[in-house]
Design a protein around this ligand. Structure first.
Ligand SMILES: Cc1cc2nc3c(=O)[nH]c(=O)nc-3n(C[C@H](O)[C@H](O)[C@H](O)COP(=O)(O)OP(=O)(O)OC[C@H]3O[C@@H](n4cnc5c(N)ncnc54)[C@H](O)[C@@H]3O)c2cc1C
Length: 313
């Protein structure tokens, strides 16, 4: 989209930009903020300056009835070609105070997942080996209950701090409804800090476990191409990638998007892919897998924005 063809920002955008202290960008392109590099702009992208600024922003959005979405590193998102009508919040890497107390670490949700791994190693703690090599922020990892074959966020998260228009509070992990690649955050809640509990252990073994897990993924996933990672959740007792491959779709293309020829549950952007191309692949795989195996695949990737009535079915 060129400067000239970009729609004028809505009236509320100026009102919100005038109230918050953080950086605001109207018509912010979202494609470069996602790992698959697809999708249109957000009406307004806001990077709150600190927790007080975030509180103010959330109250303003509620008062003006503006839809809000939190963006992590965009490693699990397909943004519509039309973009997102509302405010997209992107928290800075260091947001809120980080602390370390024995086996407990409190980390900023805007920090990359790799910070958890580094801090654990530096403190002589183990238990978060699964997190090595997972792209994204800690906030996104909580929202997605990110993990691998060797563990997931729910194994280490003790509580999370959230901000809502009503204020900030800590929510214990038991109330977060963590399940396979999902968690139940209160509607509109922004995770601001994450408290994990790890345990002292053998650091050399911990490192070896991380290296083996990362190496396995390097061999089996297209990590050097633009992608959002796994498209579908694995159905019980099976693998979405195996089912898609069995339907003959590995390497199948729609426009600039392709079902990866390395791992059939990953869509890759070969260059110039649109959200429409990606959705066409998703729809085709769901149809074929349903027809051939009677299995309805559930999306793991989150769809963001207005897809103009196009569905994944
Ligand atoms: C190459 C590749 C490999 C991957 N491998 C894995 C893997 O092995 N295991 C795995 O689990 N995932 C994997 N993924 C997916 C992705 O890394 C995870 O889902 C990750 O947790 C997404 O984090 P993010 O910060 O990018 O979140 P985003 O993609 O930006 O957002 C994902 C969801 O989280 C919400 N969210 C983000 N931040 C917050 C916040 N602070 N508060 C509230 N909600 C928030 C968003 O609104 C959205 O609904 C992979 C992705 C890629 C590209």
């Amino acid at each position: 989209m060129t400067e000239a063809s970009r729609p004028a920002p809505p009236a509320w955008a100026g009102e919100i930009a005038g109230r918050v202290r953080g950086e605001c960008q109207a018509g912010a392109p979202l494609a470069p903020r996602t790992s698959v590099r697809v999708g249109g702009p957000a009406d307004l992208l806001v990077r709150p300056a600190d927790p007080a600024d975030l509180a103010l922003l959330l109250r303003a959005c509620e008062e003006l009835s503006v839809p809000v979405l939190v963006l992590g590193a965009g490693a699990n998102l397909l943004v519509a070609d039309a973009g997102f009508r509302g405010v997209v919040i992107r928290l800075p890497i260091d947001f809120g105070e980080e602390t370390e107390d024995g086996e407990r670490l409190v980390l900023s949700s805007g920090a990359p997942v790799s910070r958890l791994v580094q801090r654990a190693q530096a403190a002589g703690l183990t238990g978060c080996e699964f997190a090595a090599g997972i792209p994204g922020t800690l906030g996104g990892a909580v929202a997605m209950n990110a993990g691998t074959r060797i563990g997931e966020m729910k194994d280490v998260v003790e509580r999370v701090e959230v901000a809502t228009p009503a204020g900030a509070r800590w929510i214990p992990a038991a109330e977060l409804g963590f399940a396979y690649r999902t968690c139940r955050l209160p509607p509109g809640a922004v995770v601001t800090r994450v408290q994990v509990r790890l345990r002292p252990g053998d650091l050399a073994r911990s490192l070896a476990a991380m290296e083996a897990d990362v190496e396995h993924r390097r061999r089996t996933q297209p990590l050097h191409q633009p992608t959002w990672g796994s498209t579908f959740r694995n159905p019980p007792g099976d693998h979405a990638g195996r089912l898609i491959e069995a339907c003959g779709l590995k390497g199948h293309r729609a426009g600039g998007a392709m079902w990866s020829d390395v791992h059939a549950n990953f869509v890759v952007n070969l260059g110039g892919a649109t959200a429409r191309d990606c959705l066409a692949l998703i729809r085709l795989a769901r149809q074929r897998v349903r027809e051939r195996f009677g299995i309805a695949l559930d999306l793991e990737v989150r769809l963001l924005g207005d897809f103009g009535g196009e569905s994944v079915d």
